[in-house]
Write a protein that binds this ligand. Structure first.
Ligand code: DGY
Length: 326
């Protein structure tokens, strides 16, 4: 799909993105916008090299793509100056390689903070109250009347919520989970909710009843939650991951879920997306959703706009709007 065919700057989006604001913005500033409508979900390096072609000023890409040396050298050969991930995470981008070829890199923080935190909060509550299991039970025609023991879950009131990676999203999650409940408790004249900064990650793992993971993925956070750390957690704890799959050792997690039926997880991300490790899908104590934490209309349009601004800024000679290097 091509917009403004005679535009001076050629900007490629490797995927159709929500809304038209991002397209208008680029077109108004003299760009020819090419949107790849290829049906396959994940584009290979070769696919993207073909898209870049001989002349390309900037690319908006996706977290499913491997933006390393090969692609940045191809983009730079085509005269490209800017690349933006349409994501806040940029573990798929080799920023050093981009620097080497003089390509500026952008990402899309801010616009997805609350949307992502809302999904983490939703997964926490859904896991606590076994909502997905109960929904499957209803749809399976298995409900034949109220029972005292039917889908008994955890009450979050009075429990400890732990956040690992208290950046923008982790802090927003904490506010949603803790402050909202705190106000409710205060209004009822009950003991207010308190905050504390844990002295170590292991302390969070040992003490929290619900733990939400929000670190970036890099060498230091790969398999941050491994077999040993899972064993530190309470037997009835809830673990939520809306960060990146490899932050959790998924094979160890499957074993832990099998051995501890009262332990629950809410996962938005997986080690080898789009796949789940064998056995995970069979676990009733796991809620799994397909990497949708930022999937609200407002946020996805905002991400697309921010990604376009990143690329446009650089093409027009300004610093990249949102640069993970800064
Ligand atoms: C991101 O932005 O990094 C998410 O994983 C997708 O919104």
């Amino acid at each position: 799909e091509v917009w403004n065919p005679n535009g001076k700057y050629r900007v490629i989006s490797t995927k159709p993105m929500p809304g038209t604001r991002w397209i208008n913005l680029l077109v108004e500033q003299g760009c020819r916008v090419e949107i790849c409508t290829e049906k396959k979900t994940i584009l290979s390096v070769e696919d993207i090299i073909a898209l870049i072609g001989d002349k390309c000023d900037g690319v908006i890409g996706q977290l499913t793509e491997d933006w390393g040396d090969t692609l940045f050298s191809a983009l730079s050969r085509a005269g490209g100056k800017a690349f933006s991930n349409m994501a806040v995470g940029y573990n798929n981008v080799d920023v050093n390689a981009a620097n080497k070829y003089g390509v500026a890199v952008g990402n899309t923080p801010g616009v997805l903070t609350e949307t992502t935190a809302e999904l983490a909060a939703s997964l926490s509550l859904a896991a606590a109250r076994r909502i997905v299991e109960a929904d499957e039970f209803m749809r399976g025609g298995l409900y034949d009347g109220w029972l005292p023991n039917l889908f008994v879950g955890n009450l979050l009131k009075g429990q400890t919520v732990g956040v690992i990676g208290a950046g923008r999203i982790g802090s927003a999650y904490a506010r949603m989970m803790v402050e909202a409940y705190g106000e409710f408790l205060k209004a009822n004249g009950e003991k207010p909710v308190t905050w504390k900064r844990a002295s170590s990650m292991d302390e969070v793992l040992r003490e929290a009843d619900v733990i939400s993971l929000h670190p970036i993925l890099d060498k230091t956070t790969y398999h941050l939650v491994n077999k040993e750390r899972l064993a530190m957690m309470k037997k009835e704890a809830i673990l939520v991951n809306c960060s990146r799959g490899p932050v959790v050792d998924e094979v160890a997690l499957v074993e832990h879920l099998k051995a501890n039926p009262m332990f629950r997880v809410g996962l938005d991300v997986f080690e080898d997306e789009p796949y789940m490790k064998p056995g995970l899908a069979d676990q009733k104590n796991a809620i799994v959703v397909p990497h949708i934490a930022s999937a609200s209309k407002w946020t996805r349009e905002g991400m697309a706009t921010l990604a376009a601004l990143n690329v446009l800024g650089k093409i027009k000679g300004y610093p990249v709007w949102s640069n993970p290097n800064q």
